[in-house]
Write a protein that binds this ligand. Structure first.
Ligand SMILES: [Zn+2]
Length: 311
């Protein structure tokens, strides 16, 4: 479920702001805490709203901002900075933030730093309450080379990790996506995000994506539009395609039998990226679908719930 709330522009001072927030929370109890903010500035009122499936670890939250004048806006949260992108009017903005898989439940400070074209600065602080989530645990048997490595394997894994680090550090300020995200493939979800996995009884990791069961050779489609920044064979994830959607968000498609797109090309939403398979550390044909947002993995299913109609 996705819950959207919008706040119309109103005259506000501290008391009316509190009354408005209280009234909105009563009208729409699923909008938690201070996810709705109307803040007066020297140049008018700024309205902030949010959209999300839930406020748990691994979820993506969309923050929308409406300003009376064009601004540059950056959001600070959990030690990271998230840039906003705007529509053509330069008055409506949004960004996507991730509630990290390893974050502890609790209340976190969020600050939006605004600067108008006249150089007027304004910080808008609010709180975000993160709930805990229970993750399942699973034991998996894989080939021995995926839990004990030769020196050549270690070199390859290290090189690929560095390459992926470079890819994920690409900063694209524009949003390249087009409307809502779609599933890259139809099929039963057999692996949930965040599950604790014990490989061959001795190697523990977290599942940083979802698994979709499929026979081999079924088309895998881009879940949204973006640039193909990787299409190659990797040690753990096999034949892999990564698409950059902008704003620090990447979608990841793993264990393909083959990829059919080239790095550096643009993939429209729904374009065939490759075909399902079982390459890399895999126990059978399926798609591992991941999302990476500003240095953290997110549950792709949380992205499916977000609307992109707010601006
Ligand atoms: Zn997986």
């Amino acid at each position: 479920m996705c819950f959207w709330c919008k706040v119309s522009r109103v005259k506000t001072n501290t008391i009316s702001f509190l009354i408005i927030c209280l009234a909105l929370l009563m009208l729409c109890p699923v909008c938690l805490n201070a996810a709705l903010v109307v803040s007066p500035t020297d140049e008018g009122e700024v309205t902030i709203s949010s959209g999300y499936r839930s406020l748990c670890q691994g979820e993506v939250v969309k923050i929308c901002l409406q300003s009376p004048v064009p601004v540059s806006a950056v959001l600070s949260f959990d030690g990271k900075e998230y840039a906003f992108t705007s529509d053509n009017t330069k008055l409506k903005y949004f960004t996507l933030i991730v509630l990290g898989l390893d974050m502890e439940p609790g209340t976190y400070d969020v600050v939006i730093h605004l600067e108008s074209s006249r150089g007027v600065k304004k910080d808008i602080p609010f709180k975000l309450a993160l709930s805990g989530r229970t993750f399942p645990s699973k034991r998996i048997k894989v080939a021995g080379r995926f839990t004990s490595f030769t020196s050549a394997d270690i070199r390859r894994i290290k090189n690929e990790k560095e390459m992926l680090g470079c890819i994920y550090s690409i900063s694209t300020p524009d949003w390249l996506g087009s409307g809502r995200f779609v599933m890259p493939l139809k099929g039963k979800i057999t692996g949930t995000f965040g599950a604790k996995r014990v490989f061959n009884d001795n190697f523990v990791s977290r599942h940083r994506g979802i698994d979709i069961r499929s026979p081999k050779g079924v088309p895998v489609r881009a879940s949204n539009s973006g640039e193909v920044v990787l299409a190659r064979d990797l040690y753990f994830s096999g034949n892999t395609v990564i698409v950059n959607h902008g704003l620090g968000l990447f979608s990841i498609y793993c264990h393909l039998s083959k990829a059919v797109v080239r790095e550096g090309t643009f993939a429209d939403k729904g374009k065939i990226l490759g075909y399902t398979g079982s390459t890399g550390r895999s126990t059978g044909p399926h798609l591992h679908w991941g999302l990476r947002l500003v240095d953290d993995y997110a549950d792709p299913l949380s992205m499916m719930e977000l609307s992109f109609d707010c601006w």
